[in-house]
Design a protein around this ligand. Structure first.
Ligand code: SF4
Length: 173
């Protein structure tokens, strides 16, 4: 069971069904998870969360659809886009912080060749990867070797964006 201490008690991650439970100090003790230095203060209301529960990575600004209504103004790849190793180092830090979920989006995340490598690394580090994609790149050739096995083994939540409904690339908003 993955959990994290907080000033008020802790956060527990359930696998099935998937949810995060915010519980008090007594309940953490009842679960046999021990005490935390964060509990040295009597005031359980002090402080914010020790870390985010979920972090969103826009792993690319590239998206060939270039929808006119895109809130990210996605289209061209950013010249300063992080490489694979940089994302892995960032995931190392987030894992140390005991972040629970990592959302991978864009732009169109599937326009990066290393999307599944990054997602797999996140999973290895104990982070639950969530993918946010438009669906436009999920062809049978990609889906069967990559996407479908990923759905079965690694993903917790799939969001297929519907933002292109009613618009075609090049339409005016
Ligand atoms: S598919 Fe999504 S990310 Fe790509 S341009 Fe359209 S709204 Fe933006």
């Amino acid at each position: 069971m993955k959990y994290r201490f907080e000033n008020f008690g802790g956060i527990i991650a359930s696998q099935a069904p998937p949810f995060l439970a915010f519980v008090d100090r007594d309940y953490m003790r009842q679960l046999g998870l021990g005490d935390s230095p964060l509990w040295d203060t009597e005031d359980e209301s002090v402080g914010l969360l020790s870390a985010p529960t979920e972090v969103h990575f826009a792993i690319t600004n590239k998206c060939s659809l270039k929808c006119p209504h895109c809130y990210m103004a996605a289209g061209q790849k950013d010249e300063k886009e992080m490489d694979t190793d940089s994302f892995k180092r960032a995931l190392d830090v987030l894992a140390q912080m005991k972040v629970f979920h990592i959302a991978l989006g864009g732009g169109e995340a599937m326009e990066r060749d290393d999307l599944f490598e990054i997602a797999k690394y996140a999973k290895q580090k104990g982070l639950v990867p969530n993918l946010t994609v438009s669906g436009a790149k999920i062809t049978p050739k990609i889906a069967y070797p990559n996407f479908i096995p990923f759905l079965h083994r690694r993903a917790r939540r799939i969001i297929v964006s519907d933002t292109n409904n009613g618009f075609l690339p090049g339409d005016q908003p």
